[in-house]
Design a protein around this ligand. Structure first.
Ligand code: KE4
Length: 428
């Protein structure tokens, strides 16, 4: 059978770098041919060969209510009929801002942007403008989008400044970025003892998802809030992935922590280009036009994207939404753990809310190093057997997986049955 995916990849590569508009989609870290998706509905996606997959990528998080949810599509259709973009304020933007503040009480003021990268880039500029300090701290293994200050890998020494992790980023763009080990309270304290008064902000994934799912310790989270408070450093919770995903109120509601700024994306746009940053009024009032920290966007608060986001936020706040989502996720995790055990494959899975992690290791990772030490090749083998049998996960061992409300216990059982085949194949 001619493989449409292969044909399309060849054609795509003639005009789009790598044939994709975001690198992870190219299957570079798992090998094989990326699937060109023709359509998605509920818990399924179909590729250009007409092959159907039970989908646990969910567009990397946004599709939490299921793909092409009829109510969301209707909201988008209605909004589109009234025009696609005005470049002027609308009433709907007020409503979604009020919804976000209701869901995340730490957010007293919020501004909408079009991507998570924009949200984190601006939050850092805002923290620097507010504190009049230049240095920032991020953690190894956390991803916050592709703005220059954040494309940084750990420096040689523990407290040295980061080095660019991407070509095209001048070293002096990253000289103010300190990269510390995630979940390491000691190095955090050491860094603040040494230069706490110079740190504008700490930005982190409060529950990591870009080195696969990695949960921080209570000690690390508590220390972070205390030490930033003590030194007048802005604490930024990057909840682009965890917001409305691990719980309605995001990781901050799970931790019982009030960050100074929060960045959001993915779920709040329901699959359309919509993200946001927000937090303490005192800090947010530094943003233009009120303050001297500039930020802008032609499509910020786009009415069609806002319509998708508003309807998605309405659906996820219905009674029982997170109980059901969490139950489905835990059912899959239990089933995978049992299947791997039965097959004698070294594997474990963990979850929180509608987010889960698959690890080819004998224990849950606590750091990026733990993930890097896991059996990455094992994941690749598992990934392809699952894909060949109609189950799609993100094409990287370092990505978290996502459940949707459109999945059912029967679909999860079907997924577990495929995993039994995959683990059996691995055990041979
Ligand atoms: P975007 O610019 O891709 O909308 O958001 C960047 C971002 C910021 N913060 C966190 C915690 C994120 O997870 C992301 C983006 N996540 C990846 C998935 N790991 C997006 C997928 C991709 O890069 O294609």
């Amino acid at each position: 059978m001619t493989n449409r995916n292969e044909q399309l990849l060849t054609r795509a590569k003639n005009i789009i770098p790598g044939g994709v508009n975001s690198p992870v989609r190219a299957f570079g870290s798992v090998g094989g041919i990326p699937r060109f998706i023709k359509k998605a509905q509920g818990a399924y996606v179909w590729d250009e060969n007409g092959q159907r997959y039970i989908d646990y990528v969910g567009s990397w998080g946004p599709a939490i209510v299921g793909h092409a949810h009829p109510e969301v599509i209707e909201a988008v259709r209605e909004a589109a009929l009234d025009g696609l973009s005005f470049g002027a304020p609308t009433e709907a933007e007020i409503r979604i801002a009020e919804e976000i503040a209701k869901i995340m009480p730490s957010v007293e003021r919020v501004r909408l942007v079009s991507s998570g990268t924009e949200a984190t880039m601006t939050a850092i500029r805002l923290a620097r403008g507010y504190t009049k300090r230049d240095k920032i701290i991020k953690f190894e293994g956390c991803y916050h989008g592709h703005s220059d200050s954040l494309l940084v890998k750990a420096g040689s020494g523990l407290l040295t400044f980061g080095n660019p992790s991407s070509a095209g980023v001048p070293a002096d763009f990253t000289q103010h970025t300190i990269v510390l080990p995630y979940n390491d309270t000691g190095s955090l304290k050491e860094c603040f003892d040494k230069m706490g008064e110079q740190i504008a902000c700490v930005i982190l994934e409060p529950i990591a998802g870009n080195m696969n799912l990695v949960k921080p310790s209570q000690e690390f989270i508590q220390t972070l809030r205390q030490i930033t408070e003590k030194h007048g450093t802005v604490l930024i919770y990057d909840e682009v992935m965890t917001g409305c995903r691990v719980a309605l109120g995001g990781a901050q509601s799970v931790h019982g922590i009030k960050p100074d700024l929060t960045t959001m994306g993915k779920v709040i746009g329901g699959g359309m280009p919509l993200a946001a940053f927000g937090g303490k009024k005192e800090i947010m009032d530094c943003i233009s036009p009120l303050g001297g920290v500039y930020q802008a966007g032609t499509l910020s608060g786009n009415p069609v994207a806002v319509a998708a986001g508003l309807k998605t936020l309405e659906i996820i706040q219905r009674a029982g939404f997170y109980e059901n989502l969490t139950a489905l996720t835990e059912q899959l995790v239990r089933g995978f753990n049992q299947a791997a055990k039965d097959a004698g494959v070294t594997f474990c899975a963990d979850s929180i809310g509608g987010m889960f992690g698959l690890y080819f290791a004998d224990k849950f990772p606590n750091t990026y190093a733990d993930m890097a030490a896991s059996n990455i090749d094992g994941f690749k083998q598992f990934f392809h057997v699952m894909l060949e049998n109609g189950v799609a996960f993100g094409p990287s061992a370092y990505e978290a997986c996502f459940m949707s409300a459109a999945h059912t216990p029967e679909l999860v059982d079907e997924t577990i049955a495929v995993a039994q085949k995959a683990f059996a194949a691995m055990a041979k």
